[in-house]
Write a protein that binds this ligand. Structure first.
Ligand code: PEP
Ligand code: MG
Length: 659
């Protein structure tokens, strides 16, 4: 018996909606399958169901076979047709992908680790702030399978041992979930792990291997690798992130089988600096984060699990130290600078005093700034200055909201393209942009179209060898030459615009024709979506002002776009002809140079004269010493890293008070 329907569950059968669907299916005696595009999976396995990647508005068939097949079909079809299905339990509805459950990815602006001196190391500045404290080394040993071939009479006992271990892990996770102290985000991570531990896919795969004569530990390691590989092959960032979760669950089962406990973080001393090669979501979610003074890791970048959790809990972190992490195994005390990415092993008395002073000053400043979180900064004449956030992934939404961001002034879409083995699909992009729009509505979310060049190649786009990639085929230039890639992004943005206040901004514009050609493509995409009956809405189109050419044609550009956002990072390097990555010319790379300031002023004048919004999303936007100057030039939006938001609001309020 079977019935087909269109899935209306909001954002499809991801995470909690999938788990709820499985729970419902398990309540029926009948065998139940879900079929999509000819592929059928058991509706009683959340892992299999997640791997089917069922999206909102897709057609599926539910197949049931058994005594209660009619009731099962009725209930399951009803579930699939309910947009709020699985999302009503708010605490559990938190998707770890939206909180902290993402895979490690290279950080934008990754600094290759390099020794700086005997006791000084350099890594990725992943979470801002200073810390100094006793070192707490966390290096749990790798688990290797014994590779033992079981005798036939041993197999049954080994399966029992395996099932007991799985039960123990599930019970441990249930216990963790029952604790009130878990934050909603961390609860989401643990709940996702529990679902995997409770699912037949991993356990069934492992049992099959044990029946084939593998010892339980080897079987779990192999089974976890198989399932993890399936998750990483799907074109969906939420599902890709489940790879780490599957390995984490496999590790927990192995430890129980071996009668071992992972080195616990429970006893970490107050204010200690956690040193590790890598830390899994499971370990970190259970760790007493309030006691941790700082985190230093061999793995990870600015958008890895660890970075995201560290940022959302305000813990300074330096990651991506690579092999240098081994130098910290025996450290007694560690000082770290999460703004610059520096780590100092066993600091001398002067460094110690210096860091202690910085930690104290930073804590004082932070405490004093929190009152600005909910402030809407207004000038004496009543004009509101929007203080928005620059982010590059959905995991940073929470930090931006926590800081009091009035929307997103720059969503860098590069990471979406860089963290996958292939180009992201239109569906995946539409989901990502829609999630952002919903998170900040009614505030605007300004999504920047792909700004990538030969300096940061990505899978799926062939870049020519260029001597000067910063002056080459990047940003809007590349996109207009590859309408297949560009139109996919524009269609996704038009679809996401239904869900909130999406605005779109073009990077590296240097000629009016680039805006006009983009408009033609936007119109084409709109017509296509209309013909296909896909819901979509229009968006404001703006440009980044980050090339000298854009500054010089700003009056003409202002007549054709809805807003300007000044990208001071590139604008400074191009105006000053000083490579932003070259430390030898760092002195010239100065936004306060009169040449750059006058370019900013010219841009502001052109925008104000045309009556369009002029904002800024380069690093300079967050500088409290420059904010008043920019605002006086006519800028009404400043977008910056979440950590700078409250300071910026304070600077505007101080301006207003001065009148
Ligand atoms: C800029 O150039 O100022 C900017 C915001 O963009 P990015 O740093 O990503 O080049
Ligand atoms: Mg730029």
């Amino acid at each position: 018996m079977e019935r087909s329907t269109i899935v209306r569950v909001h954002e499809g059968l991801h995470a909690r909606p999938a788990t709820r669907f499985v729970k419902l299916a398990k309540g029926f005696e009948s065998d139940v399958e879900l079929v999509k595009d000819g592929k059928a999976v058991s509706a009683k396995s959340s892992v299999k169901l997640m791997l089917l990647a069922v999206k909102e508005n897709q057609e599926v068939t539910v197949r049931a076979n058994g005594a209660d097949a009619i009731e099962a079909l009725e209930a399951l079809i009803g579930y699939l047709e309910n947009p709020r299905a699985g999302l009503d339990d708010e605490a559990e509805a938190q998707s770890p992908a939206n909180d902290a459950g993402q895979e490690a990815a290279p950080a934008p602006g990754f600094v290759p680790a390099a020794p700086d001196g005997a006791n000084r190391l350099r890594g990725v500045a992943a979470s801002e702030g200073f810390a100094i404290g006793p070192a707490f080394a966390h290096f749990p040993p790798d688990i290797a399978g014994r590779g033992r071939v079981l005798r036939a009479e041993e197999i049954e006992g080994e399966i029992d041992r395996f099932r007991t271990a799985v039960g123990a892990v599930q019970a441990r996770m249930d216990l963790a979930l029952a604790q009130d102290s878990l934050s909603a985000g961390d609860r989401g991570i643990v709940a996702a792990l529990r679902d995997i531990a409770a699912d037949d896919s991993l356990t069934g795969e492992a049992e099959g291997l044990i029946k084939g004569g593998n010892d339980a530990v080897s079987a779990v390691i192999t089974a976890a690798s198989t399932i993890a590989a399936e998750f990483s092959a799907v074109d969906d960032h939420y599902l890709n992130a489940r790879t780490d979760d599957v390995h984490a669950v496999g590790r927990q089962i192995c430890l129980v089988l071996l009668g071992q406990d992972d080195i616990s973080l429970e006893n970490i001393p107050e204010g200690a600096i956690l040193i590790a090669d890598d830390i899994g979501a499971w370990d970190l979610a259970r760790a007493p984060l309030k006691r941790i003074g700082g985190v230093v890791c061999g793995h990870g970048g600015a958008t890895s699990h660890i970075a995201i959790i560290a940022r959302s809990h305000g813990i300074p972190a330096v990651l991506g130290l690579g092999g240098q992490i081994n130098a910290l195994r025996t450290a007694r005390e560690v000082a770290l600078d999460g703004n610059a990415g520096h780590v100092i092993i066993d600091p001398d008395a002067a460094t110690r005093a210096d860091f202690a002073g910085r930690v104290e000053a930073a804590a004082k400043e932070r405490a004093g700034l929190t009152i600005f979180k909910t402030v809407t900064p207004k000038l004496a004449d009543g004009r509101i200055i929007e203080i928005a956030a620059n982010i590059g992934s959905l995991e940073e939404i929470e930090a931006a909201q926590e800081a009091g961001a009035m929307g997103i002034g720059l969503f860098r879409t590069e990471l979406l393209f860089m963290r996958h083995m292939h180009l992201p699909s239109e569906d995946m992009q539409a989901e990502t942009y829609a999630a952002l729009a919903k998170a900040f509505a009614p505030y605007p979310v300004i999504v920047r179209t792909l700004d990538i060049g030969g300096d940061k190649p990505i899978a799926g786009i062939e870049f020519p060898d260029e001597e000067k990639p910063f002056l080459g085929w990047r940003g809007i230039r590349m996109c207009l030459d590859r309408p297949d890639i560009f139109k996919r992004q524009l269609r996704a943005l038009l679809r996401a615009a239904v869900h909130g206040n999406i605005k779109v901004m073009l990077p590296m514009v240097s000629d009016l024709s680039e805006v006009r050609q983009t408009r033609v493509l936007v119109d084409e995409c709109t017509a296509e979506l209309k013909a296909e009956g896909v819901p979509h809405a229009s968006f404001d189109l703006g440009v980044m002002i980050e090339t000298p050419a854009a500054v010089l044609i700003a009056p003409a550009l202002a007549k054709e776009v809805a807003f300007f956002s000044i990208g001071t990072n590139d604008l400074t390097q191009y105006i000053m002809a000083a490579d932003r990555l070259n430390p030898t010319v760092a002195k010239l790379n100065d936004v306060t140079n009169p040449a750059v300031m006058s370019a900013i002023e010219m841009t502001a004048k052109a925008g104000v004269a045309a009556g369009i919004m002029v904002g800024m999303c380069g690093e300079a936007a967050g500088r409290p010493d420059l904010i008043a100057t920019f605002v006086k030039m006519g800028l009404t939006e400043l977008s910056m890293s979440p950590a700078s938001i409250q300071r910026a609001k304070k600077a505007i309020m101080a301006m207003a008070a001065e009148g």
